[in-house]
Write a protein that binds this ligand. Structure first.
Ligand code: 6PG
Length: 239
């Protein structure tokens, strides 16, 4: 069952989502002593991160980590890590601990074992994982029919992270080499929040929901999140 929070405008969306994330992080800190906040890149979530960065939270007890990363260096315009340093790890949130998803390895496949070791150290469960979705129905870097997708979606795969080589599209651009949380990694969250804006993405989301069969998951990998009943999924959307 997916809880939907649909807003009239983006100000209301980001203000409410920031409040809800603060609550989830505070509760997890109270329950576990520390927690992890898993964040996506892309163009949508920056207002959420900027709002959260001003929050009076015990950020010393929050471990921020990426849901996925393009295999580019920090100074590359496509770096999700750089985005998080620009929009979240500022103001009061600068005291959070950040775990990178990028190593100096030449390929994401070669870098993945080291990233896996870092992610195994993250406090679990993750209080919140913020997910986006592309118009192709990808989430994180779980792209349709990507190299590495089957392993990343395999429920028997114990690894939290996976290397992905996506099929180039207008959505991936040239950033086809990725590291991502696997389905196993994502299901270490107490809740999965899908953050979308615009009518087009809502239509894609509804299309994804319309067919949650095994065969349909590889066409729109966000379906792997929508069809599972282990971790609550919440949609936050505004036009
Ligand atoms: C990435 C993101 C990715 C993103 C979606 C939506 O590395 O690109 O983590 O999964 O959430 O592609 O991106 P937009 O918010 O830009 O539409």
């Amino acid at each position: 069952m997916i809880k939907e929070f649909l807003f009239e405008d983006r100000n209301a969306l980001f203000s409410t989502l920031a409040t809800d994330c603060r609550k989830h992080l505070n509760n997890a800190i109270s329950d576990y002593g520390s927690t992890s906040f898993l964040v996506s890149g892309g163009s949508t979530p920056a207002p959420l991160y900027e709002a959260l960065s001003q929050s009076d939270l015990d950020w010393f007890k929050v471990h921020v980590a990426l849901v996925d990363e393009r295999w580019v260096d920090f100074n590359h315009e496509a770096s999700n890590e750089a985005l998080i340093y620009r929009t979240l790890l500022i103001n009061k949130a600068r005291h959070a601990t950040f775990t990178s998803m990028k190593t100096g390895a030449v390929t994401s496949a070669l870098g993945c074992p080291q990233v896996e070791g870092w992610y195994q150290q993250l406090p679990k469960p993750f209080a919140v994982s913020i997910l986006g979705m592309g118009g192709d129905g990808h989430t994180a870097s779980l792209f349709p029919h990507a190299e590495g997708l089957n392993e990343a979606l395999n429920e028997n795969n114990p690894l939290l992270t996976a290397a992905i080589m996506a099929n180039q599209s207008e959505i991936t651009g040239t950033n086809v080499e990725r590291i991502t949380l696997s389905l196993t990694g994502l299901l270490n969250s107490q809740r999965l929040i899908i953050l979308l804006t615009g009518e087009e993405k809502l239509a894609v989301f509804r299309n994804a929901l319309a067919d949650l069969s095994d065969e349909a998951v590889k066409d729109m990998p966000v379906r792997a999140i929508l069809r599972q009943d282990i971790v609550p999924v919440e949609l936050y959307w505004a036009p």
